[in-house]
Write a protein that binds this ligand. Structure first.
Ligand SMILES: Cc1cc2nc3c(=O)[nH]c(=O)nc-3n(C[C@H](O)[C@H](O)[C@H](O)COP(=O)(O)OP(=O)(O)OC[C@H]3O[C@@H](n4cnc5c(N)ncnc54)[C@H](O)[C@@H]3O)c2cc1C
Length: 260
């Protein structure tokens, strides 16, 4: 792992300013459960990491006027422990409960979960230059693609791994995006885009833009919701497991993904 600098901004504006100035060499980090994995596995080599956890008051769940606001640095576990989320937004509460492990939910944040990178094994293999990482091909197209997208591929067939995203889209949530100059709000449903030739990320965020807050409309009285997740085993499942990895990569097995 290469050394990198850490910047600790005091607000989102400063963080966005740093990211806008340095563009590709600087990466935002919240809980670090995905970003640090990417660094350690040699998928990215940042010049500096902009540590969003230094921003005060960025973790909250609060009701204001006609909406519930959730700060980007709110832990996934805070969603589970919130009686407001449990009673008013069961789909979100259950999605939060379904994801990862208690340890990861205690460190991973809502913003980080929504912006995490794909779990495609070609993307996560440092030795493979897939389309997402600047290569020419999506190897899943003709390769191992049991958990990949059926529709809308063309350049890349990943599916986004966030459990919170579909729940928030169902709830008609909005996202507040911070830039160095101003803030903007858009529908959660418009936050992600399909792979496009000149856009290899998953979200509409440009360098220098950060997810700051989620805004949920107040629940309607007649509204009911539930989150159902299909997994191959009852503990955490990223749609892959050691067994599946061995089946898919018999020659490498758990070597590359040893930490799993
Ligand atoms: C073993 C394992 C199992 C898992 N299982 C599941 C699962 O079942 N379901 C699921 O949904 N997730 C799962 N995850 C993913 C986990 O939930 C994420 O790692 C976590 O939510 C990311 O949060 P974080 O705060 O640590 O993000 P970080 O690692 O800090 O960041 C993740 C990414 O988002 C970017 N980022 C972070 N915050 C912001 C922001 N505010 N604005 C813009 N960009 C930002 C970072 O640059 C980085 O690219 C699993 C992870 C592991 C390791």
């Amino acid at each position: 792992m290469k050394n990198f600098k850490i910047a600790q901004p005091s607000d989102f504006k400063q963080a966005a300013h740093l990211l806008a100035m340095e563009k590709s060499g600087f990466y935002p980090m919240a809980g670090g459960t995905d970003l640090l994995d990417e660094i350690k596995n040699g998928i990215i080599s940042p010049e500096a990491v902009v540590d969003l956890s230094s921003i005060p008051n960025a973790s909250f769940i609060q009701t204001e006027k006609n909406a519930v606001h959730i700060g980007a640095l709110t832990l996934v576990n805070d969603l589970i422990e919130s009686s407001l989320i449990e009673t008013s937004y069961p789909v979100l509460h259950q999605a939060a409960h379904s994801l990862a492990t208690p340890q990861l939910r205690n460190v991973g944040t809502v913003g980080g979960n929504l912006c995490q990178r794909p779990r495609c094994w070609y993307y996560r293999d440092p030795q493979i230059l897939c389309w997402k990482k600047g290569g020419e091909n999506c190897f899943a197209y003709a390769g191992k693609n049991k958990y990949h997208a059926i529709f809308g591929g063309e350049f890349c067939f990943i599916v986004h791994p966030s459990d919170l995203a579909p729940a928030l889209i169902c709830l008609d949530a909005e996202v507040l995006i911070a830039t160095a100059e101003k803030e903007k709000k858009l529908k959660m449903a418009d936050f992600y885009h399909l792979p496009q030739e000149n856009r290899r990320g998953e979200t509409i965020l440009e360098p220098g833009e950060l997810l700051k807050e989620i805004v949920l409309p107040l629940p309607k009285k007649e509204e009911k919701s539930i989150y159902l997740k299909i997994k191959e085993r009852s503990t955490w499942d990223f749609q892959w497991s050691r067994r599946l990895l061995r089946e898919n990569f018999p020659e490498k097995g758990s070597m590359i993904f040893g930490s799993f």
